[in-house]
Design a protein around this ligand. Structure first.
Ligand SMILES: [Zn+2]
Ligand SMILES: [Zn+2]
Length: 258
């Protein structure tokens, strides 16, 4: 199984997971047109995508979900609260598959374990994804205010973690956002900062952790170099050797082998 973050940030999120027999998208916060452009650029056949799995109803995660599902005739996997909150923006979908946070489900060869995280949405899902034929797990952990006990427990087994590193706290505090929005971003239902990302990694570091992909970086309150260096220095201080990537808003990452 391999993964590529096609876009990440408040202007749109989309992650492509490709396995032995099929592929899926986690979130489709890009227009169908933009998604097609990216897939063309990376030479990935759009027909291989068999499902769109939705984390939560914020538009940077669902903007293109309905259009993509309709265009490909594929199902949308979503929890009921998120679907209800985003229903009008999904539009008419032929096949909706409801999952429940805390209950593992399968999509062809994929095993998907959704779990709840604190965020200012109806019921945000983060995911552990693996394949029946391979025990290696991918974790997708973005859009959360803080790492709960459950999050820390879930993060102990994945070999690859796509991890939110949304803001540098000084840039946020001294930046242009209105006071209420600063409170929202750094609050318990907002987003993880660079420091919170490192702290979480410090608690879950294990020998099997191969890749960390920093994601959902703010274009206003963070810099890719800042997020990268914060995590890189932290990993060095722990003598950890895992690969480190930064996902961007405008450029897909390379393929990362989970
Ligand atoms: Zn988001
Ligand atoms: Zn969100």
């Amino acid at each position: 199984m391999k993964v590529r973050v096609l876009a990440s940030g408040s202007k749109g999120n989309c992650i492509l997971v490709s396995g032995q027999g099929s592929a899926l998208l986690v979130d489709a916060g890009l227009s169908l047109k933009r998604l097609k452009e990216i897939l063309f650029d990376i030479d990935f056949p759009i027909q291989n995508i068999q499902a769109v799995v939705i984390s939560h109803e914020h538009s940077d995660h669902i903007k293109g979900a309905g259009a993509v599902a309709r265009h490909l005739g594929i199902p949308l996997y979503v929890n009921e609260n998120t679907y209800a909150a985003g229903e009008s923006r999904f539009g008419r979908i032929r096949e909706i598959k409801f999952f429940e946070n805390g209950t593992r489900f399968t999509m062809q060869d994929f095993l998907i374990e959704p779990f709840s995280v604190p965020h200012d949405s109806a019921d945000n899902s983060c995911f552990l994804i693996s394949e029946r034929s391979n025990a290696s797990k991918l974790a997708i952990l973005t859009d959360l205010g803080y790492p709960t006990k459950l999050v820390k427990q879930k993060m102990k087994s994945p070999s690859t973690i796509i991890l939110e590193s949304n803001h540098d706290i000084d840039m946020l505090i001294n930046g242009p956002y209105a006071w209420w929005l600063k409170q929202r971003v750094k609050g318990k239902h907002g987003h993880l900062s660079n420091v919170q990302a490192s702290e979480l990694v410090g608690e879950i570091l294990h020998d099997g952790l191969k890749n960390i992909v920093l994601a959902h970086l703010s274009e206003t309150n963070n810099e890719p170099e800042l997020a990268y260096l914060a995590m890189k220095n932290f990993l060095a201080s722990k003598n950890a050797t895992c690969n480190l990537f930064v996902a961007g808003q405008h450029q897909p990452t390379e393929w990362i082998e989970v």
